[in-house]
Design a binder for this molecule. Structure first.
Ligand code: MLC
Ligand code: AMP
Length: 506
């Protein structure tokens, strides 16, 4: 049995799969080097049998080689965020219990300590993929787990979302058909590779199509514009914050630069936005300066992409289109009954792209699905004249900042660890740059100095424990948290306090 992804790679051995950022890498190279990596990971065994291997590798050829090596050895790849501080990495290792970590030499120091104390070996790129004895590899069955991605939930700490090879194949098949992918496509990757957006929509769709992916190791507005201007690209996909930053860079550029950038962008065939609501002004300004009407789509780590505006046809502003090929979607009320057309409800999704389970959380997995297999997304929407419109989330405790999902409860737990904090509430405040800005209201213990260095101290605490996007951009001391008659903290009221009277960062 062979996975379609690797069949495609074999059929395109001589063609360029990646440019990293300028060096071309052929599909054949990726196959050969990942085979060497798989053989080393196996160390004499036939199959990793679903063992996890954590990946702390910069987007580029080594990332693909590492993940393919894990898959070809029968393991589950667990991509880690490069920006994670030690406690986040430690949590990820304790949760996934990987048998090894694959890390770039320049990232090894970040994880070496936490890996050593857990007796997890760290294998370094690119040495892992050097020529060596390559054993016979038996590719895993499509039903086996391939990828574990971390997602924030309403229950505090992040959960592992387990996707099988068949899930990934279903997700890429759906998107390739909906967005007209072919081997002639060339996409620019600037998204991080610890999320479904960068991994599936950009990288795996390209590799599975026999197309080419040009990689920038991170996002920079000028670098992206310059890459558009150099020509040759056909596709770009990003989160709304990125399009806003690109617009801002264009606005301050001189006329010749603007002209060069706009002309370059106009040569692409499709630009896609997702992972958070695309503000209509961003959609409109982008269309004015590039001629591209962004295709907005809706997805989630657990399900891949579910809804999309059409490749051909009307892309309605503020809407996310309709269900993608192979995806069933419906709106339900609180009792789980399908709502009448035109009424708001919560999105449920079913289909072959939907994930297998939350890692080692059978209860959470059970609760996320109905008896007949619909996944409950927690996002509210309404269908207007055939197009779906996202209305927001059911839970006030799930925030989205710059496309990163954040659990308010997880941030609150860290802030409560400060000796002076009696209580706190973390909220998402509507923000033109981030979509939502993470803000924290804190109540101090009696006797604490309210004029002291509370905000910088709490931000520093958050920074040392949490990924950078979870660090509150603003911290305010309140006398008490507003509560309703039942004693429940009224988060929308707290968000309004920050909204009505925005403060600059301390
Ligand atoms: C970085 N910072 C953020 C942030 N990213 N703060 C809030 N939200 C974020 N998302 C912090 C930095 O640590 C820094 O803090 C300050 O903000 C400015 O940093 P920067 O250098 O300007 O940010 P940058 O590194 O350029 O990152 C911004 C970004 C990045 C938008 C390019 O966040 C990004 O790539 N986001 C995409 C995430 C993604 O792929 N999501 C898809 C999820 S999957 P300080 O204090 O040090 O100044 C999904 C499903 C679906 O949602 O539908 O696709
Ligand atoms: P994640 O859990 O990080 O995969 O993020 C998924 C969430 O992002 C969804 O549940 C939505 O809340 C949000 N999301 C993704 N795409 C869109 C979109 N186009 N509009 C609004 N919200 C979106």
């Amino acid at each position: 049995m062979s996975l379609p992804l690797f069949e495609t790679a074999r059929a395109h051995r001589e063609r360029t799969a990646l440019a990293d950022p300028d060096d071309p890498v052929a599909f054949g190279d990726l196959l050969d080097r990942s085979a060497a990596g798989a053989t080393r990971l196996l160390a004499g065994r036939d199959d990793l049998e679903g063992a996890r291997v954590a990946i702390l590798v910069t987007p580029g050829r080594a990332w693909v080689e590492a993940v393919w090596a894990v898959w070809r050895a029968g393991g589950v790849a667990v991509p880690l965020a490069q920006a994670h501080p030690e406690p986040e990495l430690a949590y990820a290792l304790d949760d996934a219990e990987p048998e090894a970590v694959v890390a770039d030499p320049e990232l090894v120091d970040r994880i070496a300590g936490v890996a050593r104390s857990r007796r997890i070996p760290v294998l370094q790129t690119p040495a892992l993929f050097r020529d060596g004895p390559s054993g016979a590899l038996t590719e895993p069955d499509p039903g086996r787990a391939a990828l574990m991605l971390s997602t924030s939930g309403t229950t505090g700490r992040p959960k592992g979302v387990v996707l099988t090879h068949a899930n990934l194949e279903a997700q890429t098949t759906s998107l390739r058909s909906a967005w007209g992918w072919s081997e002639e496509d060339r996409i620019l990757l600037t998204l991080p590779l610890h999320h479904v957006h960068g991994i599936v929509n950009v990288l795996l769709c390209a590799l599975r199509s026999g197309a080419r992916c040009d990689v920038l190791p991170g996002f920079g507005a000028e670098a992206v514009w310059d890459r558009f201007a150099r020509g040759g690209l056909t596709l770009y996909m990003a989160v709304p914050t990125v399009y806003r930053r690109l617009i801002q860079a264009w606005e301050v550029a001189d006329d010749p630069t603007r002209a060069r950038w706009s002309q370059g962008a106009a040569t692409l065939r499709l630009m896609v936005s997702g992972s958070a609501a695309l503000p209509v002004p961003t959609l409109e300004r982008w269309e004015e300066i590039t001629g591209h009407r962004l295709l907005e789509r809706y997805g989630m780590t657990e399900i891949g992409m579910a809804l999309s505006n059409p490749l051909d046809g009307e892309r309605r502003a503020g809407h996310v289109g309709r269900p993608l090929p192979g995806v069933e979607a419906r709106l339900v009320d609180e009792d789980g009954r399908t709502v009448p057309t035109g009424e708001a409800g919560t999105i449920q999704v079913r289909g072959p792209g939907v994930f297998q389970e939350y890692w080692r959380r059978p209860e959470a997995t059970r609760e996320a699905f109905t008896d007949d297999g619909w996944f409950h997304t927690g996002d509210r929407a309404v269908v207007q004249s055939g197009a779906w419109r996202i209305l927001g989330r059911e839970s006030v405790d799930i925030l989205k900042s710059g496309g990163e999902k954040i659990s308010a409860l997880e941030v609150e737990d860290v802030l409560r660890g400060d000796a002076e904090v009696e209580d706190c509430a973390v909220v998402g405040v509507p923000d033109p740059e981030w979509g939502e800005r993470v803000c924290a209201a804190v109540v101090l213990r009696a006797g604490s100095d309210p004029d002291g260095e509370v905000a910088p101290r709490l931000r520093a605490r958050a920074r040392s424990h949490l990924a950078p996007w979870k660090v509150p951009k603003e911290v305010r001391v309140l006398e008490e948290l507003p509560r309703n008659a039942m004693g429940k903290v009224q988060k929308p009221r707290i968000a309004r306090i920050f909204q009505d009277d925005p403060e600059t960062l301390p």
